[in-house]
Design a binder for this molecule. Sequence first.
Ligand code: ATP
Ligand code: MG
Ligand code: MG
Length: 384
Amino acid sequence: MAWNSPKVGILGGGQLGRMLTESANRLNIEVHILDAENAPAKQISAHENHTVGHFNDQEAVQELAKTCDVVTAEIEHVNTHALEAVASQVKIEPSWQAIRIIQNKYDQKRHLSKFNIPMADYAELVENTPEELAKIGEQLGFPLMLKSKTLAYDGRGNYPVRSKDEILAALEALKERPLYAEKWANFKMELAVMVVKTKDTVLSYPTVETVQEDSICKLVYAPARNVSDTINKKAQELARNAVAAFEGKGVFGVEMFLLEDDSILLCEIASRVHNSGHYTIEGCGLSQFDTHLRAILDLPIPARSVELRQPSIMLNIIGGATPDSHLQVAERALSIPNASIHLYSKGAARPGRKMGHITVTGATMYDAETTIQPLIDTVDEIRA
Ligand code: ATP
Ligand code: MG
Ligand code: MG
């Protein structure tokens, strides 16, 4: 069997699946996507072997598994019982066990605690009552972050509780969801590291700085600005250790908090390629999408290919006030030097929806910052 002949199944065909498909296409690797008809990833992969359906539907997962050699996912909120059911038929990378633990943020923290990964203190809510949260508040202090254990993304599932007066509002906002509370992390910067777990090693991309607005990632600076080499290395090591605690191969995204005293806490792990790693397409020899495919197919990944070639800044294009706001940002970017535009072809924009991103590289970080500033101004103008 030729090195590029295994068929790769992907649960989910959104922008991450689409960028994985872009990488696969360049190696003549066939990807089979499970998602709705004409999902962004399917649009760039013309063959008859895709599956129409939802990544939570057991039958659809079974149908997909029949057509491929290895199954992976672009999202952690998949039906891991469906994956478990096909595990004897097809390789699943990373393992369904890893995805199952990671998709529940409370289970993820309990698991990582066993491996001595530093994290903000946390406590489980069992009854979701005001009395229970008040008691936890006494223990963790205010403010604290109330979080849904499951189905969290883009901060939807988080509620900052500034004082005990906000307990009722917080429980109302997250009602009917399984909850835990987290001690507030007074960070001076948010960091992220993309980690690649292969059959025999754990590699890390450089430490980047992420900026979220309304809990959605807005900007990524690679490398993190004004961060010492020691911290850069320490964050990469923490990220590698955290990912090593899970079974299976592929790329994982690790989010961290850098505190005032330069200590680092893990925020959360994603068992997949990640928004904070999009800069690797232009910034590194191999992108996170390239290395994910190579890792799950046991193909070589030269360590130098995950080093940064040039300072890079990634700006998300998020749906704004009008249905074509995102196109205005992309249009402006057409005239910016060294700006690589990625539109996801998701159809109609909604406020807050990730529609694309732009990466600017520069000889220095200052150069990249100066180049991208007009685009950041445009994004701020069209914000919903
Ligand atoms: P994602 O889209 O990254 O999956 P999510 O919905 O899973 O996001 P988190 O990553 O847990 O949510 O939190 C989102 C953001 O909220 C963080 O990037 C950070 O800015 C803030 N945040 C989360 N936890 C804390 C905390 N304990 N203290 C302070 N801020 C926090
Ligand atoms: Mg998350
Ligand atoms: Mg997060």
